[in-house]
Design a protein around this ligand. Structure first.
Ligand SMILES: Nc1ncnc2c1ncn2[C@@H]1O[C@H](COP(=O)(O)OP(=O)(O)OP(=O)(O)O)[C@@H](O)[C@H]1O
Ligand SMILES: [Mg+2]
Length: 344
C-alpha cells in the first residue's frame, strides 16, 4: 500500500543575498526521504535551525521544493499548479506554533472556522463548526463560536487552531511545535487531545518538536534531523533508549532536566557550534562536532541513510554492511573479524 505522504530526496534551498551582487545558498533541507502512512504519527526532532519547519512546510507544498519529489496518496504533486491542488489543500492541514499568528483577531470563532468551509464550498457550516469545537472539547460550542480570539486563553486559542485544521476532515496534519507557546498546564491536555483525535479519526500527523519526551509519547516513529538531513530514524523506544548516531546521543544528553515544566522553552543544544546551512561541511555534515570522528572518512564520504534492522535507519560511518547484510558498529565489526582471526 502506498504511503499517504511521501517525500523523496527532497531538497529545499533558499538563495539569500550576501552582499549587493552575490548570493548564498541556504541548504535548509538537503535530501530528505520520509513517508507517513495513513493514521501514523512521525515526530521530527533536532536542534534549532536543523530544517524541521522547512521540511514540514515542504510536505504541504508551502516551502519551494528545489529537488526531489512530494507525493500525496500516490499522486506526485511536486510541481502541480496551486490552482489544481484544491483537493490536496482540503486533505492536508497544519497547526502552527503560535495560535495567535494563524488566527485573524478581527473574526469571531464562528467566522474563523467557517472560512475553510467557504473556500471549499462546503455546506452545513454551523453544524460543522459546532462539531469541530466539540471535537477539541471547547464547550458550550454555541457560546465559544461567538467569542473573539483575545477573549480566549492561549490553550483555548490553540484548540481553535486545531479545530480549524480539523474542520475539513483532513487525513494529514502538520503540527509544528503546537504546544510550545502554551502554558505548562494546557500542554499535556492538548497533546492528549491530538492523540485522541489521531486514534478516533485516523489522521496522520507530522509532529515537529524540541521536546523529546512528548515525541516519545506521541509518535509511532521518530526522525532526527541535523543540518537539513535525517541522520536517524526508528520507533521512539529504540531511537531514544538506544540511539545509534553520535548526534542523537548528544541531543538526548543535552535535554535539560532541571525543570520538567519548562523543558519546552529550554531547547536542547549539543556542545560545539552548528555549521551554517550556507556552508555545509564535506563528508558527514556532523563530523566537525562528532566525538567519534574518523579522519579520512567522515570528512570525505557522505554517509548514506542505511537500514540497520527493519524500521531502523542511521546515516553514520560507524555502521557498516557485513556479508550477511547486517550493519553493525564499526568497532563491533572489527572486533568480530579479529575474533575470527584468533579462532582460526
Ligand atoms: N525563507 C527562508 N529564506 C532563507 N533561509 C531560510 C528560510 N526559511 C528557513 N531558512 C533557514 O533554513 C534553516 C532551517 O530553518 P527551519 O526554520 O526549517 O529550522 P527549524 O529546525 O524549524 O528551527 P527551529 O527549531 O528554530 O524552529 C535555518 O538556517 C533558517 O534560517
Ligand atoms: Mg521550526
Amino acid at each position: 500500500m502506498a504511503s499517504l505522504v511521501t517525500l523523496d530526496q527532497v531538497k529545499v534551498h533558499f538563495a539569500v543575498r550576501k552582499m549587493l551582487f552575490s548570493t548564498q545558498t541556504v541548504r535548509a533541507v538537503d535530501g530528505v526521504s520520509l513517508s507517513l502512512d495513513a493514521g501514523e504519527t512521525v515526530s521530527v526532532v533536532g536542534e534549532s535551525g536543523s530544517g524541521k519547519t522547512t521540511l514540514g512546510r515542504a510536505s504541504l507544498r508551502l516551502a519551494p521544493i528545489t529537488e526531489g519529489s512530494l507525493s500525496f496518496d500516490g499522486q506526485d504533486i511536486t510541481s502541480v499548479r496551486e490552482g489544481k491542488l484544491q483537493w490536496f489543500r482540503r486533505r492536508a492541514q497544519a497547526v502552527f506554533q503560535d495560535p495567535y499568528s494563524s488566527i485573524d483577531p478581527f473574526m469571531d470563532i464562528q467566522q474563523i472556522l467557517e472560512e475553510p468551509l467557504q473556500i471549499h464550498n462546503i455546506g452545513d457550516r454551523t453544524d460543522r463548526v459546532h462539531q469541530a469545537l466539540e471535537d477539541v472539547r471547547l464547550s458550550p460550542a454555541g457560546e465559544i463560536a461567538e467569542k473573539y480570539p483575545h477573549m480566549l486563553s492561549g490553550g483555548q486559542r490553540q484548540r481553535v487552531g486545531i479545530a480549524r485544521a480539523l474542520i475539513l476532515q483532513p487525513e494529514y496534519i502538520l503540527a509544528d511545535e503546537p504546544v510550545s507557546m502554551i502554558d505548562a498546564s494546557s500542554r499535556t491536555e492538548i497533546l492528549y487531545l491530538m492523540r485522541d483525535l489521531q486514534d478516533r479519526m485516523g489522521i496522520a500527523f507530522l509532529y515537529i518538536t524540541h521536546d523529546i519526551a512528548t515525541a516519545r509519547y506521541f509518535s509511532d516513529r521518530i526522525a532526527v534531523m541535523y543540518l537539513g538531513r535525517v541522520v536517524e530514524q526508528g520507533i521512539p523506544g529504540e531511537v531514544l533508549d538506544e540511539p545509534l548516531h553520535p548526534y542523537t546521543k548528544a541531543l538526548i544528553a543535552a535535554v535539560p532536566e532541571a525543570d520538567p515544566n519548562n523543558r519546552l522553552h529550554d531547547r536542547p543544544s549539543v556542545p560545539g557550534e552548528t555549521p551554517s546551512p550556507t556552508n555545509v561541511p564535506t563528508g558527514c555534515n556532523f563530523h566537525s562536532r562528532c566525538p567519534q570522528f574518523m579522519a579520512g572518512q567522515c570528512d570525505v564520504v557522505d554517509p548514506m541513510l542505511v537500514q540497520v534492522r527493519p524500521g531502523r535507519w542511521v546515516a553514520c560511518h560507524l555502521y557498516v554492511e557485513t556479508k550477511d547484510g547486517y550493519v553493525g558498529t564499526r568497532d563491533a565489526y572489527v572486533e568480530t573479524e579479529a575474533d575470527t582471526e584468533d579462532s582460526k
